[in-house]
Write a new protein. Structure first.
Length: 299
């Protein structure tokens, strides 16, 4: 199966597509397709851009991405420079309005159809259910014939069971109405930000990279992402900082994390971090360490 920006080529003899990839890094362009996508990140870390929102991801996590939602699993920078880093993922693709329309239009499927409609942009699978859902994803991958459909329905039924605990990948008000050309253009802009966020990026720099005036770029970016350029850049940087704070051996070096993420002032970093995360960097690290300690004691 080949994935192109905003287009997916689907074999005529299958209604559920399964994919298992092992690559140096994830497909690096913002894209969308008519199919829903459930991805199990078996190996890899980075940032998932979904519509107008961002989520960090790491090995073992699962995401259900809604139909036609622009998305991008952006691998961390080290995956593009180090030969010892690589990713592995299993994905399922299905289209309730396409080849599976007859199945999803059955009265017995009304509950699942409503569930997908109510969560149209998708969600991250709560970690408490990862093991159960991974087992069901594996069954779909391994199945043939009608067992593929049976296992897909079983999987979706399990997801529906914890609907009240789900947090959408992006706002329900987000509109994914983008042309293919606009999607490629926005993808190029986001890729520029993701490659350069830990260095100073002036508005003029990003506008020039998009071949737009600063004023036109600001209007364009706000319209298609729901963020100002500065707020988006800050969220990317804080997302990177959060991963560094909990992954590094020296979690007390907050200033080093701040400068590595692209901030040129520890005061500004602390202010932005608290506005986005809701607590100071030190409190964030302490909370993470406390949770980790409890998990180790209860294991």
């Amino acid at each position: 199966m080949k994935v192109l920006p905003f287009t997916m080529l689907v074999p005529d003899d299958k209604s559920v597509i399964t994919e298992h990839v092992k690559l140096p890094f994830f497909y690096q362009y913002l894209h969308r397709h008519d199919e829903w996508q459930l991805t199990w990140v078996k190996k890899g870390e980075g940032t998932l851009i979904a519509g107008n929102n961002m989520h960090s991801f790491r090995s073992g996590e699962l995401f259900l991405i809604g139909a036609n939602l622009p998305h991008l699993f952006k691998s961390n920078p080290e995956y593009f420079t180090r030969e010892d880093k690589n990713i592995e993922a299993c994905s399922l693709y299905f289209n309730p309005s396409g080849a599976l329309g007859g199945l999803f239009n059955l009265p017995e499927m009304s509950m699942i159809s409503s569930f997908l409609k109510n969560n149209k942009h998708g969600f991250k699978i709560p970690s408490a259910y990862n093991e159960r859902i991974i087992a069901k994803v594996s069954k779909v991958h391994e199945a043939t014939g009608t067992d593929v459909l049976f296992n897909l329905v079983s999987l979706l039924t399990s997801l529906h069971a914890f609907e009240e605990q789900l947090v959408p990948l992006c706002s329900q008000l987000y509109s994914s109405d983008l042309s293919e050309n606009e999607g490629i253009r926005l993808s190029n802009i986001i890729n520029y930000i993701m490659r350069n966020y830990n260095n100073p990026i002036a508005l003029e720099d990003i506008a020039n990279a998009a071949y737009m005036t600063p004023q036109a770029f600001c209007r364009y970016f706000k319209k298609h992402t729901g963020h100002t350029f500065v707020s988006f850049l800050n969220e990317v940087r804080i997302n990177d900082a959060c991963k560094s704070l909990i992954a590094g051996k020296k979690t007390d070096c907050i200033s080093g994390v701040a400068y590595k993420a692209g901030f040129n002032s520890i005061t500004n970093f602390n202010r932005v971090f608290k506005s986005i995360i809701g607590q100071s960097p030190r409190a964030y690290v302490d909370a993470y360490n406390n949770v980790s300690k409890v998990n180790r004691l209860s294991a």
